[in-house]
Structure formats: C-alpha cells, structure tokens
Design a protein around this ligand. Structure first.
Ligand code: ZN
Length: 309
C-alpha cells in the first residue's frame, strides 16, 4: 500500500513539474487597419488582455503600416511565433508579394493562424489566404470566390449560386450550436450556448478546402438572415499549418461574451500546439443564459458606435 501511495506521489510531482515547465508560446496579434466601426485599437487591447490570462502565452502586438504606409521594411519574422492572431481587414493589394510569400511559407511549414471576425474580409483576391480562411465575406467576393457554405437539415451544403458574400443582421444575443463535439477546441463545451450581443455572420463564401466546421449560428430571416445555420467556428489546415477561424467579436460588447475569450484562447492553443489543455470555466454561457465579463464590456468606447460590417 505504501508503495502505491509513494508511486502516486511521484506521479503527482512529475505532473506538477510538467505544468510548471510548460514552455512559453510567442503569440503575435497583427493589426493595423480595419473598418472604423471595429475599433481595432480597443479590440487588440482586449485580445491581448484575454490571451495573457493563459500564462504560457507571451503576446506581442505588431501593427502593419496603414493605407498609405510604407511596406518596404515591414517583414515580421512570423517564424518566431507559434500563432498569429489576425485583427486586420485590408484589400488584396495592401501587402507586397514578398510579404504574402513569407506568410504562405510560414503557414505551410507549420505556422498557426487565428482569424477573428472581419479578418475574414481581408485579401479577397489572395488565393492562398482564402485557402487558409476557408470562407470570407464582403470586399466584392462573389461566386468566383467559391461557394456559399451553410448547414441545411443538419448537412453541410456547398451552394454555388451566384451572389455577393457577407451579411449580418442587427446585433442581438444568439445561440451557437456545436456540430463537432470531438475536436480539441470544442471538447467539453456545452452543445449549445448563448453568445452575447454580436453580429451573426452569414453568406460567407470561399474555397472551404480542408475546413471542418465546429459550430454554427442560426441566421434568422426575421433579422435579415438566410434561414440557414451559418458556420461561426471553423478549423482548417494549410500544409502543415493550423487555422482557427472565429466569426464573432465585432466590438468590445461581443468580445465581452465569456465564450469569445474561451474560444480565442482554446483556438490559439490548438493552432500553436495541436492540443488544448485549458479547462472550460464555470461561468461559460449556457443554452439559455448569456455570460459576459463586465471588465471587458467596460472597455467599449462611449458612446457606442453603430454596427458596421
Ligand atoms: Zn463587425
């Protein structure tokens, strides 16, 4: 008996050491430009605060030059980071080819990318970027960008009908429903939860290659929606790289929803390591009740901006 207790004690000590020896992970939040309604300055601060709550993450903010900025010396060393969190929405031509190529190499060699909300609007004409994000909206995307992807009668549909990409209704709380409960990012989450006041993206279209939809949101026709369950949380692979794509997080109110932070952290850990070790917190929203963080909501600029894309 003593021997068993001793062995358990040793195992316990080993596991404690393993936790304390967890290697730091360098995470880059990349911003620099977006639709002004998105207030990326505040969004970046919020995401930095949230990500730093998971101790192995060491978060650095890199801001790309703006619209008329000089990109000739902008070449971040992506390779130094386990994950790039994109809080960034720009037209295709903004990045020089060498920068695009450098990012493609980083991703295909095993990099990690997290797409937040309007980051999926970025670069409509950059073919490789659209393979990474799977689906995107706005910026003149249409049937040439790829099919619409949505769930109908419980099945993922690839709809090639012509039309523009990207829409959302008024900002309201809405349920997010898991369609994959056995991915490291979603394991342990409730089957359905209420997401706090946010834009519900719909009509996204793109190549959808190597894309696994993890969760959907019902786009209600009574709120300018499609009547379909629209993909809200996706994971993808690009070469050896991993991508976590999360459509919520329009502004500090949406980002204050507890699930936004939890998914941001779990998704970032997964793209960085291929695993998720974080526990689901007790204050995670339920199927009937939203749960939001007052400290994050308080970072909302006053007066609140009207909803944009
Ligand atoms: Zn938005």
């Amino acid at each position: 008996m003593k021997k068993v207790i001793f062995s358990i004690g040793i195992l316990f000590l080993i596991s404690i050491c393993a936790v304390t020896a967890q290697k730091p992970m360098r995470i880059m939040i990349l911003d620099g430009e977006s639709n002004p309604y998105h207030r990326i300055d505040i969004g970046t601060q919020i995401m930095k605060k949230l990500l730093e709550e998971y101790k192995p993450f060491q978060v650095e903010v890199v801001s790309a030059p703006g619209k008329d900025g000089d990109f000739s010396n902008f070449m971040p060393r992506f390779i130094d980071y386990q994950a790039i969190v994109l809080n960034y929405d720009v037209p295709t031509e903004r990045w020089p080819d060498a920068l695009k190529k450098s990012f493609e190499q980083y991703m295909s060699n095993g990099g990690g990318l997290v797409i937040v909300h309007a980051a999926n609007n970025s670069f409509p004409g950059w073919v490789e970027f659209n393979k990474m994000v799977g689906v995107g909206g706005w910026r003149d995307r249409d049937e040439k960008s790829g099919p619409y992807w949505y769930y109908k009668d419980g099945k993922l549909v690839e709809d090639k009908k012509p039309g523009s990409a990207g829409s959302h209704g008024a900002r309201l709380p809405f349920p997010i429903k898991l369609v994959n409960t056995n991915h490291p990012v979603t394991r342990g989450l409730p089957a359905v939860w209420m997401h706090h006041n946010d834009e519900l993206y719909a009509k996204l279209r793109g190549p959808g290659e190597n894309m696994t939809v993890l969760a959907t949101g019902y786009s209600d026709k009574n709120n300018h929606g499609t009547g379909y369950d629209e993909p809200q949380i996706m994971v993808l692979n690009y070469g050896k790289g991993r991508i976590f794509h999360h459509t919520t997080g329009h502004d500090p109110i949406g980002m204050s929803s507890v699930d936004f932070g939890v998914l941001l952290l779990r998704g970032t850990e997964w793209v960085a390591t291929g695993k998720v070790t974080q526990k689901v917190p007790a204050n995670f929203p339920t199927a009937t009740t939203v749960s939001y963080r007052a400290d994050i909501a308080a970072m909302n600029p006053v007066p609140a901006k009207p909803a944009g894309k």
